[in-house]
Design a protein around this ligand. Structure first.
Ligand code: NAD
Length: 391
């Protein structure tokens, strides 16, 4: 079980772009990065498009005033002049800014932790992957719940053959927060429903990429052969983007997948649900009850496994933070993701490529695969919801 003890030689000097006072996701980053006092120190930021509000916010977080910058360009330039400048920057800004800010940080020699969906196209991902490779830098991506111990439990059970051959992958991430129109919508909805600022998708990128990445973590041996995506905007002003989509998937082992993403599932607060069905048994996990994993063997009473219990697999227990009886949730999962990325950065600095080969964290490949999946979904949907070979 993790207890916040030192895992890398010293904490990384960390900065943030975006994630300011009004930002939705910024606090999740700080919750993740700062959970272990030994992994990151927040020393600088360009937190907000509104420079004054960003400075006020940064100083309220305890950051020196001269390290609360008006823009990301000033942050990069200002920190480069210091011996103790930032080493890694998190990007928690709207989608359309990710590519330019990531590139600028990498070119300045900084590691990056960027929000999903990573960029607008696979071509952009590949360009950034090349820069990171050439510069010897890490790019991490924050797929929130993928660091939860019961997600690792599902992955370990699949790997050990406890489910048998995987047959069905059933995933849902839905909520009802956009069931009404956008007449009085706030900034976070406005940029999400405009292709120029959101990219080629709304809910597929906003929440569907979480489902796709988590399925990759649990089922790393499966590849998508083909998919069919049907998308629709129930609120017409959101077109050509979608507020609802379903995706059918054929995997290379013959398994079938069904995925539903929606932000117009009126009244629903269940959020994410994953069910993996094998020839021997099934597992089901939902963030509505993140402490519990349903394990069902045909012909036997269903079992509810609890996080932190000694009957779980070692891979799950090793990353549990709270221990059984106490809730283990999203913040703990983010803390694991941030720690894994810190370990990757530390290994890169030490030139420990052997560690990096087996180390598991959401990196540039995971970010790229999320964007590749979106490109395939859009290709299918825009061709009238037809089956397309996965490219
Ligand atoms: P938001 O609109 O609520 O907040 C964006 C923040 O970035 C604001 O503080 C804004 O002032 C700031 N900002 C915008 N442009 C900036 C710039 N050029 N320089 C500095 N600051 C800038 O958006 P949000 O909902 O927090 O989403 C941000 C990103 O996080 C998106 O890519 C979104 O997809 C992602 N996100 C991920 C998760 C997750 O679970 N991983 C959850 C929510 C959002």
């Amino acid at each position: 079980m993790l207890n916040g003890e030192k895992q890398i030689a010293r904490p990384l000097r960390w900065g943030m772009v975006g994630g300011g006072r009004t930002g939705q996701v910024g606090y999740k980053h700080r919750t993740g990065a700062l959970r272990d006092n030994t992994a990151y120190r927040l020393v600088a930021g360009a937190f907000d498009l509104d420079a004054e509000r960003g400075r006020d916010f940064g100083t309220n977080l305890g950051i020196a005033e001269d390290r609360c910058y008006a823009t990301y360009q000033e942050l990069i330039a200002g920190e480069a002049e210091r011996d103790d400048g930032v080493e890694v920057v998190s990007i928690a800004t709207p989608n359309f800014t990710h590519f330019e800010i990531t590139k600028a940080c990498l070119e300045a020699g900084l590691h990056v932790i960027c929000e999903k969906p990573l960029f607008f196209s696979v071509a952009e991902c590949e360009e950034v992957a090349k820069i990171a490779e050439d510069k010897g830098l890490i790019v991490g991506v924050t797929y929130g719940f993928s660091g939860h111990p019961l997600v690792r439990q599902m992955a370990a059970m699949v790997e050990k053959g406890m489910l048998g051959e995987i047959r069905i992958v059933d995933m849902q991430y839905t909520h009802g927060f956009n069931s009404g129109d956008d007449v009085n919508a706030g900034e976070a909805v406005k940029w999400r429903t405009n292709p120029e600022t959101a990219g080629p998708t709304f809910v597929l990128g906003d929440i569907g990429t979480h489902l796709h990445y988590l399925s990759e973590v649990v089922l790393p041996h499966l590849r998508i052969d083909k998919l069919l995506c049907d998308r629709k905007a129930f609120i017409p002003t959101r077109e050509p983007l979608e507020d609802h989509a379903t995706v059918l998937t054929h995997y290379d082992n013959g398994a079938r997948g069904r995925l539903w993403v929606s932000s117009v599932n009126t009244g629903h607060m269940g959020s994410q649900r994953y069910r993996f069905v094998g020839s021997k048994a099934s597992v089901e996990w939902s963030d509505a009850h993140p402490d519990q994993l349903m394990y069902e063997v045909q012909g036997e009473p269903p079992r509810t496994l609890h996080h932190g219990m000694p009957y779980l697999e070692e891979e799950s227990l090793a990353i549990d933070r709270m221990g059984a009886l106490h809730t283990e949730g999203l913040g703990d999962s983010w803390a694991n993701i941030y720690l894994w990325i810190a370990q990757a950065i530390d290994a890169k600095r030490r030139g420990d490529e052997a560690f990096l080969k087996t180390h598991h964290y959401p990196g540039i490949a995971a970010g790229t695969e999320g964007v590749r999946w979106l490109e395939n979904c859009v290709r299918s949907a825009d061709a009238g919801a037809t089956w397309v070979d996965y490219q």
